[in-house]
Design a protein around this ligand. Structure first.
Ligand code: F58
Length: 800
């Protein structure tokens, strides 16, 4: 079938590309070469590239329709997609064509790339994982759609004011987004509030969900999938002309504003009831629009509900989309008139759930009152699911009332709340953790009761990252070297091929080239002396991740150099990057203290050339892509048993950074693969940390018995860093929830080994190459392959 209906095909030569660019500038952007601005050039280039992907998208959609396959639907509150231009140039094979074409408009590629704003639709690891999985799904030709929310404002922009984090709105789409395709015809209606009448639920408020999508191309294949993002809009008649005419301008648009607030901002402040309710509304908005869209798509080619699970798998990215379970029950029972048991059997065979945490406080619960007011029918359905669950528990474990209480979907004390994770486990056929250790801990702790009831439901899928974005695009120099070392660039689609680099670790000439490329990456980052070790800790701020431990090490290094500058040893630049949740005061105190310590060291001439601390604000994907290639040392120092997986650890190891880390999350698997001799392990392991926590842990005993630790904490307490951060020191001395002081000595001693290893650059380079060579497992392509064989059981559909 000629999907272009006689339109000319888009060309692949430089001339054709340039002609299309000029045509887009003139006809779609409505301007001319003579008056084009940099923004015109950027948007026009984006359109020219997007057109090439759109062509592939049309063919993908037709092939998918034709084969009526099993679809993978990924539901996620966030997608941290990163900048789009360079990736889309690479994936559309136009990277080489763009510079010359832009030149005719009078702009350099760098100028234009700088205008490519990353969509701030995500927050941290969970959102970035979602983006990497979509990339790999397309690369593996799996029919898949990601569903999310098109927030107007993404995660905040971080600035520092006097060292303190301030949050500015991230209006990433203020100028519009040239990558976005609106699809207003596919709008959905979503109800909230109201009451349960004799005919069922009568919502009290109705909001429109309007979708748009972004193209998700596969690498080295023709497939282009989409991520479909919903935006909330008021119903058309919501504008109150009567009030407007009476001068009541705010009131006239009140309803519209209320509706649009649903997709206004990612993770609205949840310190008030209103904020919490808005988050719950967002969750239901995403779920309701997406499920109706999924059903609409199912119906294109299918008529029988019994085929639904065979054609559909819906992956819940953490608990945020868990309302999809009662929502599908509602659609099937109330709207499609299926029997409850029949509907439940379909639901239970359709959904799967990924858990991303080990922190008990991160397991979402919603007040029964709030949920019942916002979604009365869903609460009723949750109660019915709960009745069946508890009946099963009672019959399997007679008399075990405590177990019934623990497993109930409803927490009773101190307030009645719905436990979303329990609901997610109950309504799905597969539950996975995101690293081996994490999945083990889920079945032995968080979900132990459920694992006893349904052992086969639990599995592991270790996370992975996109080698295209985080090696090829982020680190072009090293990528070229890898390709020449391996004799082909096939590693970009099969990352296990990196193992072919291992023998080259023994080749002095290759090691020299490796060092040269890594040095170039450091120079490109531009943080001064590229000879200094670049020691990086880039991740969200959380006490369990222990940025405070790294900071105590920095203060210790500073004290050593002040006391004895000649014996200091290896020059280091310590780089921190990351945001703290706006209401997380302890994490914000740590940020402020880091900036204060950085300033004190910067102001001390003794430290010059030996120790620097830098903290570029607003760590995001764009910045990560610059920092990761330049990093020598990767800090993965969470308290064991707390980090579900980590993915920054994988990105850094793949780019040849060595890790200093605890046996936590995926560090365990990284160490197994790169070899214990190429990984700096320290600290308590999970059982030892848990035992110490359960005992009468007294952080002060470590303070009392370790001179360097005491000096570091005393410096903070005495106000040596501008009087800032005393509360950080107090919290460590009084509580130290994450065993920072207990791990301090082991960490600092291991850092001394790191410094000694750095002195032997040949050996360090060898270890660096072996880290890259042995990290091929951590490709998101492998992760998706594991999801496919363990959970999704979907097959590729290739374009002919
Ligand atoms: C992260 N979770 C895990 N949550 O912490 C990390 O270990 C893992 O590698 C990653 O998921 C991918 O599996 C995470 O990013 C969030 O951002 C939550 C979002 C909702 C609010 C609370 C944090």
């Amino acid at each position: 079938m000629d999907l272009r209906n006689g339109l000319r095909p888009l060309g692949t030569t430089p001339d054709e590309f340039q002609r299309d660019l000029l045509s887009n500038l003139y006809y779609r952007r409505g301007t001319t070469v003579e008056s084009a601005s940099a923004q015109d050039a950027y948007e026009t280039l984006a359109l020219t590239v997007r057109d090439r992907l759109a062509e592939r998208r049309a063919r993908t959609a037709a092939a998918h329709y034709e084969s009526n396959p099993r679809w993978v639907y990924y539901l996620s509150a966030e997608y941290l997609l990163g900048p789009q231009l360079e990736q889309n140039l690479l994936y559309s094979g136009t990277t080489e064509l763009a510079p010359a074409a832009l030149k005719t408009l009078g702009f350099s590629p760098e100028e234009v790339a700088a205008l490519d704003v990353e969509p701030g639709l995500g927050n941290g690891g969970l959102g970035r994982l979602a983006a990497c999985l979509l990339d790999s799904l397309a690369t593996l030709d799996i029919p898949a759609v990601g569903y999310g929310i098109r927030y107007d404002l993404g995660i905040f922009k971080q600035e520092f004011d006097n060292g303190e984090q301030v949050e500015r709105p991230d209006d990433w789409a203020f100028q519009g987004d040239p990558w976005e395709f609106p699809a207003p015809d596919d709008w959905q209606m979503v109800g909230f509030y109201g009451f349960l009448g004799p005919e069922g639920w009568v919502p009290g408020e109705v909001v429109h969900g309007e979708p748009s999508h972004l193209l998700i191309p596969g690498y080295g294949t023709e497939t282009v999938n989409i991520v479909r993002l919903w935006r909330a809009r008021a119903a058309r008649a919501s504008f109150d002309l009567r009030r407007f005419s009476a001068g009541q301008y705010a009131e006239a648009v009140e309803e519209a504003v209320r509706a649009e607030n649903i997709s206004k901002v990612l993770y609205p402040d949840d310190s008030t009831d209103m904020g919490r309710e808005l988050r719950l509304k967002q969750q239901y908005f995403l779920v309701s629009c997406s499920l109706r869209d999924i059903v609409r798509r199912f119906r294109f080619r299918n008529a029988d509900w019994d085929d639904f699970p065979a054609k559909t798998v819906i992956q819940l990215n953490d608990t945020h989309p868990t309302l999809a379970i009662p929502e599908l029950m509602r659609l099937l029972v109330d709207e499609e008139k299926l029997e409850w048991e029949h509907a439940w059997s379909l639901v239970r065979r359709t959904f799967a759930y990924t858990c991303h945490t080990l922190l008990p406080e991160a397991l979402e619960t919603w007040p029964v009152d709030m949920l019942g007011r916002l979604l009365p029918r869903h609460l009723e359905i949750i109660y019915l699911i709960n009745e069946a669950l508890l009946a099963e528990v009672r019959s399997r474990f007679p008399g075990d009332l405590d177990r019934v209480r623990r497993m109930s979907l409803i927490q009773e004390e101190p307030q009645r709340r719905v436990r979303m994770a329990n609901l997610a486990v109950t309504g799905t056929f597969a539950v996975n953790g995101v690293a081996e250790l994490h999945s083990q801990l889920l079945t032995s702790t968080t979900f132990a009761d459920f694992a006893a009831l349904w052992p086969d439901r639990f599995t592991n899928v270790t996370n992975g990252v996109s080698p295209r974005r985080f090696v090829r695009l982020a680190n072009p120099g090293l990528s070229t070297l890898i390709t020449s070392g391996l004799g082909s660039d096939a590693w970009l689609r099969d990352l296990s091929l990196l193992s072919g680099l291992a023998p080259l670790a023994d080749d002095p000439a290759f090691r020299e080239q490796w060092r040269t490329e890594r040095r170039h990456a450091k120079e490109a980052l531009g943080l001064g002396d590229p000879g200094a070790m670049l020691d990086v800790m880039i991740k969200r701020f959380h006490e369990y991740k222990r940025q405070q431990l790294k900071l105590l090490h920095v203060i210790t290094l500073y004290h050593r150099l002040r006391d004895n500058p000649e014996r200091f040893g290896v020059p280091r630049t310590v780089l921190f990057g990351g945001k703290a949740a706006p209401a997380y005061y302890a994490a914000k105190s740590i940020i402020r203290l880091i900036n204060a310590v950085a300033a004190a060291i910067e102001a001390d001439p003794k430290a010059y050339g030996l120790l620097r601390v830098v903290f570029p604000p607003n760590y995001n994907v764009t910045l990560a892509e610059k920092i990761i290639p330049a990093a020598d040392l990767s800090e993965q120092i969470s308290m064991a048993g707390k980090e579900a997986s980590g993915t920054g650890n994988m990105k850094l190891a793949l780019n040849g950074a060595l890790t200093i880390g605890t046996l936590d999350g995926a560090n365990v698997e990284i160490r197994d693969r790169v070899g214990a001799g190429n990984f700096f392990l320290f600290g308590l392991d999970t059982p030892a940390a848990a035992a110490l926590r359960a005992s009468d842990y007294r952080p002060r005993t470590y303070y009392d018995s370790d001179d360097e630790l005491r000096a570091a904490l005393d410096a903070i307490l005495s106000g040596a860093f501008g009087g800032v951060g005393q509360e950080v020191a107090h919290s460590l001395l009084d509580r130290d929830e994450y065993l920072t002081l207990a791990d301090y000595r082991s960490y600092v001693d291991k850092q001394d080994e790191v410094a000694a290893a750095w002195e032997d650059q040949e050996h360090w380079t060898r270890m660096s190459i072996l880290n890259t060579a042995n990290s091929g497992f951590f490709s998101a392509d492998r992760t998706v392959a594991d999801y496919l064989s363990r959970i999704w059981h979907a097959s590729p559909v290739r374009l002919s």
